[in-house]
Design a protein around this ligand. Structure first.
Ligand code: FES
Length: 130
């Protein structure tokens, strides 16, 4: 995980993330794939910012225009932060735990692209969508 050395650096990272998020949320449609990332204090402390960056980078790299990323607050899984929920149209939501940037990219490459679940990383399935 990288270290933020100044307030300006933090603001710059925030602006970059918000810009990418805007690109990912504008025009979100009912049949799109949604990725929710827990960004409560516990998530950020565990590295959710890096997870978010890795996921956004991978989505951009693969030019996936039907995948939307949403930053959410407390998801109730402090013990497993950073937490990422994947909502695929017509399928049960899947919640993954302890997701760093590398695992986030893996979620994009396997779950989103090929429909393969990353079984070892799942902490919850079959519940009401957030
Ligand atoms: S405060 Fe950590 S998940 Fe709610």
């Amino acid at each position: 995980m990288s270290t933020i050395k100044s307030l300006d650096e933090l603001k710059k990272i925030r602006e970059q993330s918000l810009k990418k998020m805007e690109l990912r949320t504008v025009g979100a449609e009912k049949d799109s794939i949604k990725i929710l990332i827990g960004m409560a204090t516990c998530g950020i402390a565990a590295g959710a910012r890096d997870t978010l960056s890795g996921i956004l980078d991978e989505i951009d790299k693969q030019n996936l225009d039907n995948v939307y990323v949403v930053q959410v607050g407390c998801m109730g899984y402090c013990y497993a932060e950073p937490v990422v929920q994947v909502n695929m149209p017509g399928k049960e939501p899947i919640v993954y735990g302890n997701i760093d940037a590398k695992k986030g990219r893996e979620i994009i490459n396997k779950h989103i692209q090929k429909g393969e679940l990353l079984e070892d990383l799942i902490i919850s399935k079959s519940f009401h969508r957030v």
